[in-house]
Write a protein that binds this ligand. Structure first.
Ligand SMILES: *[C@@H]1O[C@H](CO)[C@@H](O)[C@H](O)[C@H]1NC(C)=O
Ligand SMILES: *[C@@H]1O[C@H](CO)[C@@H](O)[C@H](O)[C@H]1NC(C)=O
Ligand SMILES: *[C@@H]1O[C@H](CO)[C@@H](O)[C@H](O)[C@H]1NC(C)=O
Ligand SMILES: *[C@@H]1O[C@H](CO)[C@@H](O)[C@H](O)[C@H]1NC(C)=O
Ligand SMILES: *[C@@H]1O[C@H](CO)[C@@H](O)[C@H](O)[C@H]1NC(C)=O
Ligand SMILES: *[C@@H]1O[C@H](CO)[C@@H](O)[C@H](O)[C@H]1NC(C)=O
Ligand SMILES: *[C@@H]1O[C@H](CO)[C@@H](O)[C@H](O)[C@H]1NC(C)=O
Length: 381
């Protein structure tokens, strides 16, 4: 039996490296101090637009206006995840991948064009890492919840904490071992969660890559308006998820293009996938997004930031128009990491916010993984 497997593996080795992936459900015990907002749950699309107009009004902090106080939310939640490892067995380092608004964990492993766009394929097949991607708490196949006062940023960050600790100690069903090192890769809101996680627990991670990220909140209103948000209950593709009111989705395909794709940087078929498989965001997430990256981060490990030159939500469409004294808007974020090892910011020429979905993805993936390898957090470091 052993001989047969070895022979089969050897026969395949010359052709293609086949990663092994497993879909899982993990139960996490989480607790967070959530905001309690005086915000009714938008029922109709008119309510949704009213909410966005309030949220993104310049010169005001709407979240602060409707914040009544705080309350602890805790409980057990089911998280849908996918674990992948190389043919040769698990790496010593696992990359924990957190997607952003508008997507689920498939953002990291797009099957289109024979997985040419897959970040997981690059990290596992080429670099030999193990990877663990999850649907953010509240989204897609993970457990949903009440959209205003329950599914908020810090509850999700606590789920990320729990998953990180589980991956270190082992014992997640379907994941063969505990890992020596856990590095965190986020996209957009997932990068904000990674930032908040390491700001709260500076020793929890061995390295971080924040993609589609900057510390500059000035352009979030572009995203809020660009998304042309409607109730997720009015999106036929989302019917199977049975989202309650207060989950908001992109109103049409052009909204997805505006927020995630730069001009001439993508295959229209990929834009179509991003729209048809798109996932919603909750009112509570939008009310708490601003509070996540406000504090200095004392994380000491390797810290990498990579953002598209034309990123809309984090650069207003031009990362190369920074405040005086910085080479780019993402590079200005480095001042918030006084203790990081070799903090580095890269701008992807011509790319928009949805880095994994654009023609430039090989550049992006190479930069992230090379950075990890060169900074002491390689797959078997
Ligand atoms: C995991 O689930 C997704 C759908 O949610 C499916 O497309 C994929 O093939 C599954 N992967 C494995 C390894 O079963
Ligand atoms: C909640 O908001 C409504 C208006 O949206 C306002 O009339 C009411 O006074 C607010 N309640 C509190 C406790 O602030
Ligand atoms: C949105 O869905 C609601 C029911 O959930 C329905 O009453 C309403 O007509 C729909 N609106 C549009 C514009 O489709
Ligand atoms: C707005 O208020 C919220 C809640 O008090 C706070 O977390 C956030 O940092 C504020 N945003 C800005 C830009 O001041
Ligand atoms: C955000 O970037 C813009 C453009 O460079 C700049 O004018 C503004 O001061 C920045 N804001 C913050 C908070 O860094
Ligand atoms: C972080 O860096 C600051 C300034 O360089 C220093 O004062 C502080 O002691 C460092 N903190 C840790 C936890 O290393
Ligand atoms: C994969 O994507 C890269 C970058 O967009 C492109 O240059 C290459 O032709 C693609 N390969 C295949 C097989 O589609």
């Amino acid at each position: 039996m052993k001989y047969t497997i070895a022979a089969a593996t050897a026969a395949l080795a010359g052709l293609a490296s086949a990663r092994h992936c497993q879909n899982l459900t993990v139960e996490v015990d989480v607790s967070a101090r959530n905001g309690r907002f005086n915000q009714s749950t938008p029922q109709t699309n008119v309510d949704v637009t009213n909410f966005i107009l309030n949220l993104a009004q310049q010169g005001k902090n709407y979240s602060a206006n409707v914040l009544e106080g705080y309350q602890t939310v805790s409980g057990k939640y089911h998280i849908a995840a996918t674990y992948c490892q190389p043919d040769s067995g698990p790496a010593k380092t696992v990359q924990l991948l957190t997607h952003g608004i508008g997507f689920d964990r498939s953002y990291w492993d797009l099957p289109y064009a024979n997985y040419n766009y897959s970040y997981v394929a690059e990290a596992v097949d080429t670099y030999k890492y193990s990877t663990f991607s999850w649907d953010r708490l509240g989204i897609a196949q993970s457990q949903h919840g009440e959209a205003v006062n329950e599914i908020q940023a810090l509850l999700e960050v606590d789920a990320l904490r729990a998953l990180t600790q589980d991956l270190r100690k082992g014992g997640i069903w379907g994941v063969p071992c505990g890992f020596d090192k856990v590095v965190h890769v986020g996209h957009s809101f997932g990068s904000e969660h990674t930032y908040a996680l390491t700001a709260m627990y500076p020793t929890i991670s061995d390295g971080i890559a924040l993609t589609g990220f900057s510390q500059n909140g000035s352009f979030i209103p572009y995203f809020a308006f660009g998304g042309n948000f409607i109730s997720a209950r009015n999106v036929s593709g989302l019917a199977k998820y049975n989202y309650p009111a207060g989950y908001l989705a992109a109103g049409d395909i052009s909204a997805v293009q505006t927020n995630f794709f730069a001009p001439d940087s993508f295959d229209p078929a990929v834009l179509n996938i991003a729209y048809t498989t798109g996932q919603p965001v909750t009112v509570g997430e939008l009310l708490t997004i601003g509070g996540e990256t406000g504090s200095i981060n004392h994380f000491k490990g390797p810290t990498f930031i990579i953002t598209g030159e034309r990123d809309l939500p984090y650069c207003g469409g031009n990362c190369l128009a920074p405040p005086t004294g910085y080479s780019s808007i993402p590079a200005a974020a480095i001042q918030f990491f006084p203790n990081a090892t070799n903090p580095t910011a890269v701008v992807v020429p011509g790319a928009g916010h949805g880095l994994n979905l654009e023609y430039s993805h090989p550049f992006t993936y190479g930069k992230i993984n090379d950075y990890f390898v060169q900074n002491g957090v390689g797959p078997n470091a």
